[in-house]
Design a protein around this ligand. Sequence first.
Ligand code: DAH
Length: 339
Amino acid sequence: MPAEIKSLIEQIEAIGQAALSEIGSAEGSAGLEELRVRHMGKKSALSQALSGLKDIPGEERKSVGQVANQVKSRIKDALGARLADVEAAERNSQLGSESIDVTLAGRPLPEGRLHPLTRILTEIEDIFIGMGFELASGPDMEHEYQNFDALNIPEAHPARDMHDTFYLHGGGVLRTHTSPVQIRTMQNRTPPMAILAPGKAYRCENADNTHSPVFHQVEGFMIDRKVRFSDLKGVLSEFLRQLLGPDIKYRFRPSYFPFTEPSAEVDILWSVDGRKPDWMEVLGSGMIHPNVLEAGGVDRDQYSGFAFGLGVERFAMLKYGIPSIRLFYENDLRFLGQF
Ligand code: DAH
């Protein structure tokens, strides 16, 4: 073998050795990539050493080529093996530095809640719907006739003064209670009927902890042949047990409303703020006055019915322990967020 071929082969092997030792001590995948370009690329020392190969005659060119190929594939294998090690090391150190502390407290996601009035109203509706009642509604702006006269409250009746009415320009009132829905519903349906009518009521009074010029009521009534006071007691007792618990203590106390005869108010034995339980009035009720049935177009000789009205805010205040009616309308998220 001629001396210059021998020296070319030695040169190629030396290039290979140098490359392998550089690769062995390379740090990081970026450094390895740089080595790959330098040792495998077109301008590598190896390519340059082989640039004269085409001038070498057949047999000798073959042996130089063989050595060059071996060196190339050793460099390539070394690069691949080192790259796998380096990448594994990089992944491990990344995982180490990015580790997640699963014991860290979560960040709260803001979440919408039902308004306490919506919540108690839904509970009340569900209970009566469960007993076969249907929902109905009427307008907030009402005729004086529906709000008063048809409910057996004639012009000079003292109950009109008690209601602190908002009178509208051009006639009419803001309804002072939901009872006019009784009249409207009777006029549009034929008995039997069991109706629940939730809605707003308005009274011209100053706001304080227990009063608000606008508040919510639920009106309920049932009309059929032979509806009796015991039906009223049964339905309202069941309602109170479902809403406030099976052990709730309640009493029906004789009272007066122009639109019912006889009339009863219902009290519950309730403890406010952990104090000694006391009787609290929670709703008005009675047997629908025959004059009211007549105003609604119901035959007073064939049919009878009971009716009741309750304040939604009052029930929410008792059940959830809310100290002032104003809290319902102030939209303070610290209050609303508790429900
Ligand atoms: N409408 C009455 C009020 O607002 C509440 C009421 C009492 C409604 C007795 C009734 C009832 O249906 O029978 O003060």
